[in-house]
Ligand binder design. Structure first.
Ligand code: ZN
Ligand code: ZN
Ligand code: ZN
Ligand code: ZN
Length: 492
């Protein structure tokens, strides 16, 4: 697939091995594609089918008694090898009381699959996997080392009788490779699992990435594209964290799970490059905002920007407060899409509007959800939304898009989905104005140009996704809607 190689592997002290562009690359161009060396459950997931990864309850493989949803999934090649091992050692999945709660028994599956991949293809292992970072020395100092030793190393070597095939050191190394390099991917049914892509793993991280990646659902192949034009010689960056999170949370996640302190330009700037994704309002004065005095140090003080105000708080207090608000947001996120999901979020925004800058990432993530809910749930369907709410939906879309312009520039899935959401209120508002006699035909045609452009951009970005995925489906709808809207314009 990669006729001409678009990247080379470089090395420095900051990133270790990393990828750079070998030539100028256009926006949207495929830089490389890669097949996973392993696919499997994430740690701490509730029981799921070891073939298709859908949630299961009480259904197990007729051969090995581990969670499997159907006879077809018993035959899944990923499950076959471990199935033989569980049968030979007579190790069964221990029934759990709550099939929706995390089951640590499953934590051994993906490491086992990676070990078996080593046996099956030792050459690929040596070339592509053995050299991946595992941070063994740092991991030894963490409490999770002991937990992995019991739940994975001893479980596989003693209970599953694999002690002769895999040494303690190798099993721990595999745990480290997974912890550091695995990426979260959606399964065919849309459930979250993990996979290791040896080439993708070499891309360095930045909180302002220039790469996007797409997972194809039939074989979990990853396609890596340029999100923006990239010049020859530039480093290729992927973002390992969620984009709409504040700096404190991103850096903590990267330190915990990827073992490095991010010092990218976004992390280094207290205003997050002017997006204000970490900024708070000052309640002691009128005009001040509260920013970190050193965002590259999580313990640094936060203070008000107004010279005479003097408000200060500790980094620890700030983190505590953000965690409490995040928990409230998580609770609301758990509500099924419906009128209540909208109303609870509006209440959250109201509750915290005096605390946070309107662009703060925690509020922005709530607004991002609302942008997708307005017009899509009962009592709030798009053709019954009053103009005020259409404007609200459009306003939230624009707010998210403005942040993305800075932190995820170029063609990202999130941008594609937001552009698709934005087209609808713009289209309905223009039509409402026309039917009310407020604008004439020419003005209507004028006003419909923006939603047409939104649909065209959404289609271009989202049609690169797997056609079976939610984004790929939306991409196709965007394309059709654009054609229809254009045709209706012609016949006006
Ligand atoms: Zn299944
Ligand atoms: Zn089985
Ligand atoms: Zn960063
Ligand atoms: Zn102040």
């Amino acid at each position: 697939m990669d006729g001409i190689c678009h990247y080379s592997v470089s090395q420095n002290d900051k990133y270790g091995r990393y990828l750079t562009a070998k030539k100028d690359i256009e926006r949207g161009e495929v830089i490389f594609s890669d097949l996973p060396v392993v696919v499997g459950p994430k740690p701490d997931t509730p029981p799921l089918c070891l073939g298709c990864y859908c949630p299961v309850e009480q259904t197990v493989c007729s051969h090995c008694s581990w969670p499997i949803c159907s006879p077809a999934c018993e035959q899944d090649p990923h499950h076959q090898l471990e199935c033989e091992i569980f049968q030979a050692s007579n190790v069964k999945f221990q029934n759990v009381e709550d099939w929706t709660a995390p089951a640590t028994q499953l934590d051994c599956i993906t490491p086992l699959r990676l070990l078996l991949a080593k046996e099956k293809d030792p050459i690929r292992w040596q070339k592509e996997v053995d050299t991946l970072e595992s941070h063994t020395e740092e991991r030894k100092k963490r409490p999770t080392w002991e937990v992995d030793e019991v739940n994975i190393v001893n479980f596989l070597r003693d209970h599953c009788k694999l002690g002769d095939r895999f040494s303690k050191e190798l099993v721990q190394k595999v745990c480290g490779i997974l912890e550091v390099n695995a990426v979260e991917i959606p399964s065919r049914g849309g459930f979250s699992i993990r996979a290791v892509y040896p080439r993708l793993a070499l891309a360095a991280h930045s909180c302002v990435p220039n790469l996007v990646h797409t997972i194809l659902q039939n074989n979990y192949q990853v396609q890596v594209r340029a999100a923006i034009p990239i010049k020859s010689g530039e480093a290729l960056h992927l973002c390992y964290t969620h984009a709409l999170t504040p700096t404190i949370f991103r850096r903590e996640y990267l330190m915990e799970s990827k073992f490095f302190a991010c010092e990218c330009p976004r992390c280094a700037d207290p205003t997050e490059l002017g997006t204000h994704l970490s900024t708070l309002k000052c309640n002691k004065c009128d005009n001040g905002v509260i920013l970190s005095t050193n965002p590259l140090d999580n313990d640094a003080e936060w203070q008000c920007t107004e010279k005479n105000c003097g408000f200060k708080t500790s980094g620890a207090a700030m983190k505590k407060m953000l965690s409490v608000v995040q928990q409230e947001i998580d609770q609301v996120d758990a509500i099924e899409p419906g009128p209540k999901a909208i109303e609870m979020r509006e209440q959250l925004l109201n509750k915290f509007k005096s605390v946070f800058h309107p662009r703060h990432s925690l509020l922005l993530s709530v607004k991002h959800s609302l942008a997708q809910l307005y017009g899509r749930v009962e009592e709030y369907s798009i053709d019954e939304l009053p103009d005020l709410m259409l404007e609200r939906k459009a306003g939230f879309c624009r707010l998210v898009l403005q942040a993305l312009d800075v932190i995820l520039p170029g063609d990202s899935r999130m941008r594609g989905m937001m552009l698709y959401e934005l087209h609808a209120p713009l289209m309905f508002m223009a039509r409402n104005e026309y039917s009310a006699g407020l604008i004439n035909k020419d003005k209507l045609k004028d006003k419909l140009q923006e939603p047409i452009q939104c649909l065209a951009d959404a289609a271009r970005i989202l049609m690169r996704e797997d056609p079976q995925s939610p984004e790929g489906i939306t991409g196709n709808i965007a394309h059709q809607s654009m054609e229809q809207l254009k045709a209706s314009l012609e016949s006006l």
